[in-house]
Design a protein around this ligand. Structure first.
Ligand code: ZN
Length: 79
């Protein structure tokens, strides 16, 4: 049996609890960023009118459906 004073016991339990919350938060944030990156992989933004549209990744230069300018496919980076 491990003997420790009561304040240390409370501190240790609180530390383990907060470390668990921090670990869960970091794992959730990593999975959220990966999900957003996958979601926006095939989307592009027109540099002229800032319209976002789903792009065909096989075609390098596409026409913007909003303003008609020809744009190079540059994937949108998640924030
Ligand atoms: Zn446009």
């Amino acid at each position: 049996m491990i003997r420790m004073p009561l304040p240390w016991l409370v501190f240790t339990a609180l530390f383990i609890f907060l470390a668990g919350i921090l670990f869960t938060w970091i794992c959730y944030e990593i999975s959220r960023r990966r999900r957003e990156a996958r979601q926006f992989h095939s989307w592009t933004r027109c540099p002229i009118c800032a319209f976002q549209y789903k792009a065909n990744l096989e075609v390098r230069i596409q026409k913007c459906p909003q303003c008609g300018s020809k744009n190079e496919n540059i994937p949108i980076k998640p924030i």
